[in-house]
Design a protein around this ligand. Structure first.
Ligand SMILES: Nc1ncnc2c1ncn2[C@@H]1O[C@H](COP(=O)(O)OP(=O)(O)OP(=O)(O)O)[C@@H](O)[C@H]1O
Length: 705
């Protein structure tokens, strides 16, 4: 594979690839046609219902992600045996995957030496881009920086920049003359001491030895005090760029003021000429080491305002004097001449860091640089799948301890990249996390003594490398089942199984209980919501009160309504709980049991529409893990659902558009439900007559209601 043109798989392969994909697609279409026709034969009795549901729900297309759920190769690998045959590009900028526009900006910024602010999710390659930018800066303008004693003012050491490589030579030259002088001095000192000791032994009887020892100590101290005039004038190499192929990349993330801006060490023996000369105590800061290169600061908003201000003045002046950072140290008396610090600042973080960022700093970057918002996913195309393969090859090479990946293992990684993107037709760009899976799979293979990583190792690694949140979710499911916080069977009044997300991509079943009692106050009922998510619950009930009145004819202001999230985990986000709260409240008021084998999620608009939520795939998988049989999700989230094959037969997915659809699917059949439906019909609310088809299955499920 050719690394230079950045095309890991050659064009012929691409053409073959496309043809085969077309073929596969045709096969898929044929398959699904066959299956559909089978279904039609098998499910005549349901046709009417399905038609109804189609009519009611508009475009109720069957979404089958064949990539994820069948064993077709994700790419035509030709004769590729594994990632060992893929050449990893030499330049870091060519190793950055999926950020074409950001790369263009970085190239432009490097050419013009502009500052850059990179905003994006963790692990999408921000620091990698910054490092790549340093490789693009011209190394020939690099400088070494020397610090000399100042004969006029010892507390103001002198600074001298010299071309890269020269600094070391100057210091070596001084060192060699110093070494010759030192050797001579040591020899003379030793001879003098031997002479004195000899005399001591000669006059032994008159106490000569004791005097000889005292004399030796005296000679030793005198020799320590005698310094060559060059020694005290010898410069110290502050910044060394000798033999650097690339401009420096300095990561100053989390650096304290001293490390960032430079410092002067404390010297307890500063008086009487016994101390270390001031210039030798001067230490460069990261801003100085980054001179002519890149200074990278992640989470810049967490830096103190004072440090940001100092950084800003260093950026403006392109030089910054080094002084002791601690006021109580003798270093604070020393201030060097201004030291060059002509760096390019690359700051990064997520969008929240903007709040903590000094306003002038942001303005400086905007005025003299670029702001880049980085993507966290890329389109799922053959070209981008090839890039994921290149990424795996890079990670294997960088790790150096794991075997290469065979094509079937690469398939599994691409599938996971698809799943983790959380959207259909996309591949994740949170590649640090994906790199974690690559390493875990490599470790599994190494443990087995395998020469190459296969799909089996990747599948096993997925089990091992479950995130903390996924493990918490697993534990919660077990605990909640043990203590019967939820039981996915039968019906309960006022209790529904909501779904929440913890962390980045882990689902959690979060039961919600509602209780409605006639209002104690004559004027108006109260909404009493307990637990951490109380605020959200209160807001949701308030938002849905008009809807409940419209949908069921019941005025909830006549009730005191208690809502509780049962055993809520702290990290749960509750934004998508409004549909669940509404369903629990209606179940409680109308005294209609809610089906406990159904889990639900969705955000409810004040008009009664069910709006999309995040983490649909994780939520459905969590529901399946918890033993739920059906999951209600907003229809607009259908395109994001990419559950693993093993969950496909465990749960039925019910896409809904409105609160009526939700009620129809969660409330248990019976006269009360029928009355409610009747009431709703009279009020004129749209009611779905049947459960829509399972959108993730190639077979249409018979309606269970
Ligand atoms: N776009 C990418 N292309 C190739 N490798 C990537 C990419 N993004 C991340 N990686 C891999 O993940 C590692 C970590 O990425 P990096 O540190 O640049 O992320 P980040 O966005 O700076 O994260 P954070 O904000 O947490 O510091 C990289 O060293 C590289 O191995």
């Amino acid at each position: 594979m050719d690394s230079n043109n950045n095309q890991p798989i050659n064009e012929n392969q691409n053409i073959e690839n496309k043809e085969e994909n077309d073929l596969n697609q045709n096969n898929n279409i044929n398959n699904s046609n066959n299956q559909n026709s089978n279904n039609n034969n098998n499910q005549n009795s349901n046709n009417n219902n399905n038609q109804n549901s189609d009519n009611n729900n508009g475009n109720n297309e069957i979404i089958v992600d064949s990539d994820l759920n069948d064993n077709q190769p994700m790419l035509n690998y030709g004769n590729l045996k594994g990632t060992q045959e893929i050449e990893v590009p030499n330049l870091l900028i060519d190793q950055v995957i999926g950020h074409e526009e950001s790369i263009e900006t970085i190239k432009k910024a490097a050419k013009q030496r502009r500052n850059v602010l990179l905003i994006g999710e963790p692990g999408v390659g921000k620091s990698m881009l910054a490092k790549a930018m340093a490789e693009l800066l011209p190394p020939e303008i690099l400088q070494d920086i020397l610090v000399y004693p100042n004969p006029d003012d010892s507390n103001n050491p002198l600074i001298r920049p010299v071309p890269a490589g020269e600094g070391k030579k100057v210091v070596m030259l001084n060192k060699s003359s110093e070494r010759g002088y030192d050797e001579k001095k040591t020899l003379i000192t030793l001879l003098a001491m031997v002479g004195v000791l000899g005399l001591g032994f000669y006059y032994q009887s008159q106490g000569g030895i004791m005097w000889a020892i005292i004399g030796c100590i005296f000679i030793f101290f005198i020799s320590m005090q005698i310094k060559h005039k060059n020694v005290s004038n010898a410069p110290k190499l502050l910044v060394n760029n000798h033999d650097k192929r690339f401009a420096p990349f300095i990561n100053a993330t989390g650096a304290h003021a001293g490390a960032l801006l430079g410092d002067v060490r404390h010297d307890p023996y500063q008086s009487g000429g016994l101390g270390t000369p001031a210039h030798e105590r001067v230490e460069p800061g990261m801003i100085h080491k980054a001179n002519k290169g890149v200074l990278y600061i992640d989470e810049i908003g967490t830096m103190s305002m004072k440090t940001q201000q100092e950084l800003l003045s260093a950026m403006q002046d392109k030089k910054y004097s080094i002084t002791g950072q601690s006021e109580t140290s003798s270093g604070a008396m020393v201030a060097s001449q201004p030291v060059p610090c002509d760096f390019v600042l690359v700051a990064s973080g997520n969008i929240q860091i903007l709040e903590g960022m000094h306003i002038a700093m942001r303005s400086r970057i905007r005025g003299y640089g670029y702001e880049v918002f980085m993507k966290d996913s890329m389109k799922d195309t053959d070209e981008n799948r090839e890039k994921i393969i290149q990424f795996v090859a890079q990670e294997v090479k960088n790790d150096g301890r794991i075997p290469h990946f065979a094509p079937d293992a690469l398939d599994e990684i691409i599938r996971e990249a698809k799943r983790r993107s959380g959207q259909k037709e996309s591949l994740t760009l949170k590649l640090r996390d994906l790199g974690g899976l690559v390493r875990a799979a490599g470790d599994v293979a190494t443990e087995e003594g395998a020469k190459i990583v296969t799909s089996k190792h990747v599948t096993e690694a997925k089990r091992y490398s479950r995130t903390l949140e996924q493990q918490i979710s697993d534990r919660y499911i077990i605990q909640r089942k043990e203590y019967s916080v939820f039981n996915p069977e039968g019906g309960k009044i006022g209790i529904v199984n909501g779904l929440a997300v913890i962390g980045d991509r882990s689902g959690l079943v979060s039961p919600i209980a509602a209780e409605a009692a006639p209002a104690q106050s004559k004027r108006e009922g109260k909404i009493i919501a307990t637990g951490k998510l109380g605020e959200i619950a209160r807001e949701s009930v308030q938002n849905v009160s008009a809807l409940i009145k419209k949908h069921t004819g019941t005025d909830i202001s006549q009730y005191d309504i208690h809502v509780q999230f049962l055993q809520t985990y702290d990290g749960v986000e509750g934004d998508s709980a409004s549909v669940s709260i509404a369903a629990a409240v209606i179940s409680a008021i109308e005294e209609i049991p809610a089906d406990q084998s159904v889990a639900l999620t969705g955000s409810l608009s004040v008009r009664g529409d069910v709006l999309p939520i995040g983490g649909a795939t994780a939520k459905i998988e969590a529901a399946a893990d918890a033993g739920m049989k059906r999951v209600i999700i907003p229809r607009s989230n259908l395109k994001d659902v990419m559950i693993e094959k093993r969950y496909e037969d465990l749960v039925e997915i019910i896409p809904v558009d409105t609160l009526s659809d939700v009620l129809e699917n969660i409330l248990i059949e019976g006269s009360k439900k029928n009355n409610l439906i009747e009431k709703m019909k009279k009020i004129g609310t749209k009611v779905v007559q049947s459960v829509p088809k399972n959108p993730l299955s190639t077979t249409n499920h018979p309606n269970s209601h």
